[in-house]
Structure formats: C-alpha cells, structure tokens
Design a protein around this ligand. Sequence first.
Ligand code: FES
Length: 163
Amino acid sequence: MMKSTEIFSARESKEMEDILSRYEASASAILPLLHYVQSIQGHLSEEALTFVAEFIGVPHVRTFEVATYYTMLFTEPVGRHLVQVCRNLSCHVNGAENVLEALKKELGVDVGKTSDDGLFTLVEVECIGACDHAPAVMIDEDLHRKVSEDSVNRILGSYREKV
Ligand code: FES
C-alpha cells in the first residue's frame, strides 16, 4: 500500500487521518476524503482514488464509482473556477436554460468543458437549495441568485479579476 506521505504533505496526511477518525466505519469517510483530496489536487486522479480506497480498506472500484457518480467530484482536471448551473424545476421554469446558453457563449465551451484560458469549467447540477431565488448558479463556493443572461458577463468578470 502507498503511504499517504508519498503523495500528500505531512499536514494533508494528518488532516486525512483526522477525517477518518470521525467515522466509526472507515468506509463512511469515503465522500469527505474524496472531497478533501479534490480540494487539494483540483480533481481526483487515478492515483488518488486508488490511495483513498486503500486508505479506508475498500475495493478500488468503490472510489471510482463514487467519484463518477457525484457531479461535484471530478476525475479529470477542471478550471480554476467551477461554474455550476442548476437544471431543476424552479430554475428551469425561471430561465436557467437561457442563463446556461449565455454562459456557454461567454465561455466558449459546452457543458462539462473547460474554457481555453483554463479559468472556468461549466457543469449542470441538480437543485442547489436556492429554488426561491431561481435561476441559481454556484461558482466555487459562491451562490448567485436570480441570475439573468444579462448578468452573466458581470458575474464572470468578477472571477476573472480574481486571477
Ligand atoms: S431548483 Fe434550482 S436551486 Fe432548487
């Protein structure tokens, strides 16, 4: 088995041990561990998925299944900013499709792709809990409410300035 210190710093390894210790059954730590590893590495590489599986003692295929099931986990590199457009009912009936089209046009990408400058990855997600402010878009940890086609440019601009 690979040691955590072979691919993670001592601080990161300690954090992973801490996460694992919060769960009675080590397999229950799979999602928080994958989420943590992704926050460090930007995505979940095959090496990272193999490591986490061995770390918690589950078959390798289990981490691959989880990583490919959840839309917030990525097995391929993503852009610096993750743009998540809600596609559920409230957002859909309030113009999410128009917002998505405006984002695709502005970023020059289709859903699931990363802009040429490497700054933004565009994805569609299920309800993000802001139905009363539909259509809603999450960018990284920021929730944008009542987004319109006209506000897309301004919103993206604020992230471009953060570079
Ligand atoms: S339906 Fe879009 S946030 Fe709930």
